[in-house]
Design a protein around this ligand. Sequence first.
Ligand SMILES: Nc1nc2c(ncn2[C@@H]2O[C@H](COP(=O)(O)OP(=O)(O)OP(=O)(O)O)[C@@H](O)[C@H]2O)c(=O)[nH]1
Ligand SMILES: [Mg+2]
Ligand SMILES: [Zn+2]
Length: 354
Amino acid sequence: MELQDIGFDQWFQEQQQKLQIPHCSVARVTAVNRDSYLVRNENSEVQAEVTGNFLFSAESGMDFPAVGDWAFVQYYNADTLAIIHGLFPRKSILRRKTPGKKIEHQVIASNIDVAFIVQSCDRNFNLRRLERYLVMVNEGHIEPMLLLTKSDLVSAEKLEQEISDVRQANIHCEIVALSSRTGSGLDQIRQVLETGKTYCLLGSSGVGKTTLLNHLIGQNLFETNTVRDYDGKGRHTTARRQLIVLDQGAMLIDTPGMRELGNIGANSGIDESFSDIWELSKRCRFANCTHTTEIGCSLLAALENRELSEKRYQSYLNLLKESEYYQMSYVEKREKDRKFGQFIKSAMKHNKKK
Ligand SMILES: Nc1nc2c(ncn2[C@@H]2O[C@H](COP(=O)(O)OP(=O)(O)OP(=O)(O)O)[C@@H](O)[C@H]2O)c(=O)[nH]1
Ligand SMILES: [Mg+2]
Ligand SMILES: [Zn+2]
């Protein structure tokens, strides 16, 4: 196996040349435990730790290795232990705000091409939750795809209704309905998976993320658990995030079900996820329209003539209010915009080369 096969593409090769870290090899972080890691190189998967210096200089949780990261490592103990000296810049990132007032983020996974937002069509299907996940995924510059699992548990009509509800809400991502029980839809997923690309499973506990993963690897390698009957909730069976390389060459990251998304820490992701509203808002009379009371607000006008649903409008306002950007001071915003500008520039450069 070559590093390219596990996602080390031209962009990362260029970074490697720019960074020029001597005496180090390159490996990809495939699992994060409490204070140790697993990394994968051309040949095998190795236990890893970060250097003391790394611990010392880390300023926030964002600086620590996350699943999907590319790292500079050195090997010890006959190549059975890797020491992580540093990380490559991240090409894309899934992150959420840690609970509490302080604006701090936790990286869920990095360097992902497509995020599978998983909802089971029986009791977990929920448009508002979907919108929250979309904001997170869009902010990370990752392509979203909706997987509606357990299609065996609902009628064809109910499934159709759910898909039409998604479209009604102006959500345009690709949707695949599937059942790990009957196998329906699994071929469609297999066709989606491309060699060398990284995918991530996101969604509530118990929706069948790990079950799907087990089907794709063709054996029950990872633990799954029944859903509690009285509330349809899962039991948080998967405890750690890990990246698995599938036989056909794609990589899949399984994550523990999220209890709740918490506050979203996003700004750009909101406009992308609500592109219909964003388009409308361009026609508001005031550039800083809050879309709540202003005369000449085109959102309020769209609500009036039912072009825009009340629920989607509320959902947008709620997410906006929660967003980190909304809560930041002016100085913080300036700094953030500057950094984000740089991020976009480098991402665009990367895309042009593709
Ligand atoms: N009927 C039906 N049950 C399913 C399907 N897929 C998964 N399940 C069941 O749903 C339960 C939860 O599945 P898991 O794969 O453990 O769910 P998970 O999303 O990985 O949950 P966490 O690891 O807790 O985040 C298990 O009992 C599965 O057998 C399906 O397509 N149809
Ligand atoms: Mg699981
Ligand atoms: Zn407005």
